[in-house]
Design a protein around this ligand. Sequence first.
Ligand code: CMP
Length: 378
Amino acid sequence: MSASPDSEYIAQHRLNVFFEKLNSTLMMYKPENPLTFLTDCFNILKTKAENQPDVDYLVHLQDYLDTIALESSDHSNSATIPSILTTIPAVDGEAAKRKRDENETPVESQDEIESTEEADAFSEPPHKLSSRFQRTQLSVNAAYTNRGRRGSVSAESIKPTEQEYQRVVVPKSDEARMRIASATSSNLLFRNLEPDQKREVVDGMFERKVSEGEVVIQQGDEGDNFYVVDQGLFDVIKNGVKVIQVSAGGSFGELALMYNTPRAASVKAVTSGILWGVDRVTFRRSITNNTFRKRKMYESFLKTVPILHTLETAEVVKIADALEPAEYEDGETIIEQGTVGNYFYIIESGEAHVTQIDEMENEHELPGLKAGNYFGGK
Ligand SMILES: Nc1ncnc2c1ncn2[C@@H]1O[C@@H]2COP(=O)(O)O[C@H]2[C@H]1O
């Protein structure tokens, strides 16, 4: 039996997903004027589609919804829906700055105001191209899967004022500090922390012993703590399906805290184990500030990379955590034929020549690579 023209049209444009997302967003924020809200949303989608026509319109929509979820969570006392300002892609630093200059920015969060200079530095492209052959690559060395629609729960702003904020210090032995150091040594979320921020997180960490079978995090709950695994194995279960297992040195529970959303998955202890927990406020003050900026900077770019199109935001941000920018001069060799590849590269901007030497030692020019293309890895 063939599908009706109506259902074909719906499937072709994935209208059910589109309307479901709009509907759940309206239900979540309940804007006073839904028509204005939707008009803003459509205008923004139109602009995004004009700027990045190759990107799927549902990706643009999700990006916009993520942005307003983040913005509204940092303005939890305000009922306003964030303005168009918040939708300027982080990679377009100049445009974002111009827009900020043009608009008196009533919706900027405290965090944004305090870190304007730093944010500008981050939102600038990390390099300037001196010629069309100058190349810049990003190496990727880790990723994990995560699919999740973000809801929103209200929460404290990232940087509470000093009077409000009481630094949490949980007394612990040197042995405990050593164990924490070992558990966090290879954790991506800790990699970019300043020594003082790291000390703040470690000071605030508390030990939690868990029994086999214990549910540490329940999908859909409001986020309270972030956890680093010291000992034991933990299954991450999403909608009843195990998506990943976390072991010593791994961590979980950052998404709900970082994005002020309900827990995206459940986490259950497969064995008895020991966790180091960090409360929500300490986490947001230290880890979120660093990680979030990096995630926002690369999220929009990564969504334009064809191989990553099918990933949802939660998956993309994990890749963003693992990215390391690398610059190459015009003519510099990035990888050499016959050598072992350690990195996967995505071209953020610039172009790369690809050549191959055959058995007769003749060099052949292969099709070149440009922004969004990738190479390397095994
Ligand atoms: N595929 C996945 N989907 C959702 N959460 C995941 C996934 N893999 C690991 N997690 C972790 O599981 C945690 C559940 O709580 P959070 O949503 O706070 O943060 C989540 C992530 O840290």
